[in-house]
Design a protein around this ligand. Sequence first.
Ligand SMILES: [Zn+2]
Ligand SMILES: [Zn+2]
Length: 268
Amino acid sequence: MYKIDYHIHTVYSPDGKATPDEQISAAVSAGLSEIAFTDHCECNNNEAIPPDFERWFDFDPDSYIQAIKKTDKKGLRVKIGIELGQATQNKAFAESVLSGYEWDVVLGSLHNLRNNYDFYYLGLLGVDMRSLMKDYFEQLYELVCFDCFDVLAHLYYPVKYISETDKGFDIHVYNCEICDILKKLAENGKALEINTSALAGNYGNTVPDMEFLKMFRQLGGEFVTIGSDSHVCSFVGYGVSKTTEVLREIGYSAITTYEKRQPILREI
Ligand SMILES: [Zn+2]
Ligand SMILES: [Zn+2]
């Protein structure tokens, strides 16, 4: 089985706790075949940000890339990527980051709505996030239409935080909005990430769940990646074996990896 973790953070993210070398050792111990480092590059530094979030905009691509190049890969395939947040909220900045460096893979993410805080932070503030989901999917659709990424990360990011307090929330009420997004992704030849981080919390499922993976496949979606969104060593490769098996069961015979932003299919 070809096992990948294509969403890994390091100390080059403000919330990352492990060095690139430590994450590589963890990936080798977890029996992974290939990983991608995807540290945060948030584009919306001209928008509302919570107190103490200034540091989120200190990302330095040069030192990050150099640090990964210097690591001992220990026989592992290691790719250099970024998690590009809110690209549509500052398109010129997003384009300069994409054209200024040679990335292997770019994740597209939406962590906050325009002029609003990261959903993580809204969760801490006890904000009713259900009422924001319509806006979330509208702005995510806009992101998917902007050619600025290879893999769409955590399709419904806010759900992880909604589930902490709101047990009755059912993401399937947004099937239509999600269907439109998956259709556009498939049409544009982009990959869908299966984010395993919420398997560990109250939500207890991957984002997206397998019903949406099946929908993506039916809509012609060919490219799928798996990412743990690990910020610590102990989480690298979390849920990857089981998720890869489920992918096979629903008819995918390959997982997608990237080199210089070109997809490479690896048989699973
Ligand atoms: Zn993210
Ligand atoms: Zn992440």
